[in-house]
Design a protein around this ligand. Structure first.
Ligand SMILES: Nc1nc2c(ncn2[C@@H]2O[C@H](COP(=O)(O)OP(=O)(O)OP(=O)(O)O)[C@@H](O)[C@H]2O)c(=O)[nH]1
Ligand SMILES: [Mg+2]
Length: 381
């Protein structure tokens, strides 16, 4: 965990302050801790909500798992379709092995929409194509087009998924991708210092068209959990196919961090998808090809992955330390955004939202901060 401006043991101090405040005032922590998840599309917000359900509620019922089967099959189709369709679109193009050309045509003829029926012929075709060396090459270059992050997970598991008795595993539930288009919330209670503390976490859609809805949930929010997919550095936005995804994440973070609408909310950043970032860097992907300033980044760190993750973290800290000119903040174009917003504390974590033990550890760390901010805003401490 990283903390700007104050010492690293700030959390322990806060925790003691909360203890004393609660003891001396004999106050009850009866306010709901409202957390808003923000970030661009596919940053991992809904995955965090799923983890809260796993960690703090009762996980997924058999019925909830079965209800996701159709969605998982849809993820399989959109993955194989995107791989085959984009073979002729990327430059230089890739090709199927000669023996698989007809299979490629079969998928293209089905089209982008999910097939009505998932027949044996369909599954056999997808299995053969996923084993094709041309498809493997295309997969290695998936940053050049739009492919969901769970593509390999589900294509690798096709033998289990095609079984009529298939029930998704918890990991399948976490990898299953659905774009969020409506605001939803999850409520849970955590025992904390002899009391039960109620949390309410809000999930919103992060794609461009969804962000105008965010303002409707700003009221009463105690903490914003902003997700940035650190692995996005070599990808373009699904919405326009041009804008660098990581830059979009930085830009939206800047707009939110400096927005007067959420001035009093605590700000926590999750630099998510560290597993994918690590895999990309270790496979030789160069961050400086997309962020040239990385070439001069003077971190005495021999490990390229660590250098990359610290560089991305430092970009976030830089954004939070420099108030932008008001005209540079265009999240709410008609409103004067920045009026004496003080540079607050910012907490940055490196996360893997699909990894329950990682999210458990990180959430355990940040809950103290969230409660402290909430108590501070209520005048208790
Ligand atoms: N490997 C890996 N995959 C992740 C991680 N976090 C999220 N994902 C996957 O990334 C995809 C997108 O995650 P979501 O949680 O749906 O993203 P979102 O921020 O809710 O996206 P919108 O609803 O469009 O705003 C899902 O398939 C997740 O399983 C991560 O840390 N590592
Ligand atoms: Mg979502």
């Amino acid at each position: 965990m990283l903390c700007r401006k104050k010492k690293i043991n700030e959390e322990t101090k806060r925790s003691n302050v909360i203890d004393n405040a609660l003891k001396s005032e004999k106050k009850k922590l009866d306010r709901i801790q409202r957390i808003l998840l923000l970030g661009t599309g596919e940053a991992g917000k809904t995955t965090i909500i799923k983890q809260m359900k796993i960690i703090h509620i009762n996980g997924f019922s058999e019925q909830e798992k079965r209800d996701k089967v159709a969605n998982i099959k849809q993820n399989i189709h959109e993955s194989i379709y995107a791989l085959i369709y984009n073979m002729s679109k990327i430059d230089p193009r890739t090709s199927l092995e000669a023996k698989n050309c007809a299979l490629g045509e079969y998928i293209l003829q089905i089209g982008e929409a999910t097939p009505r029926e998932f027949t044996d012929e369909y599954y056999n075709t997808v299995t053969a194509l996923w084993a094709d060396s041309g498809v493997k090459n295309t997969f290695q270059r998936s940053n050049e087009f739009q492919l969901i992050d769970s593509a390999a997970h589900f294509l690798d598991r096709i033998d289990s998924i095609r079984d009529p008795n298939y029930v998704p595993t918890v990991q399948d539930m976490l990898y299953c991708r659905t774009r969020t288009v409506a605001i939803s919330k999850i409520e849970f209670t955590i025992p904390y210092k002899g009391q039960n503390v109620d949390f309410c976490m809000y999930d919103v859609g992060g794609q461009r068209g969804e962000r105008k809805k965010w303002i409707s949930v700003f009221e009463g929010i105690g903490a914003i959990l902003f997700l940035i997919a650190a692995s996005d550095f070599d990808q373009t936005l699904r919405e326009d196919g041009v804008t660098n995804r990581l830059n979009e994440g930085f830009k939206v973070f800047k707009d939110i961090f400096w927005s007067r609408f959420v001035r009093n909310a605590g700000k926590i950043v999750f630099l998510n998808k560290q597993d994918i970032l690590k895999a990309k860097v270790e496979s030789g992907k160069q961050l400086e090809n997309y962020f040239p300033e990385f070439a001069n980044y003077e971190k005495a760190e021999p490990n390229q992955y660590h250098r990359a993750k610290f560089f991305i973290r430092d970009q976030v800290l830089k954004i939070a330390s420099r108030p932008p000119k008001p005209e540079m903040v265009d999240f709410f174009p008609d409103v004067e955004i920045k009026q004496n917003v003080k540079s607050e504390l910012l907490f940055v974590h490196f996360t893997v939202a699909t990894d329950t033990s990682n999210v458990k550890l990180v959430f355990n760390d940040i809950k103290d901060i969230i409660i402290a901010i909430n108590l501070g805003n209520s005048g208790l401490i």
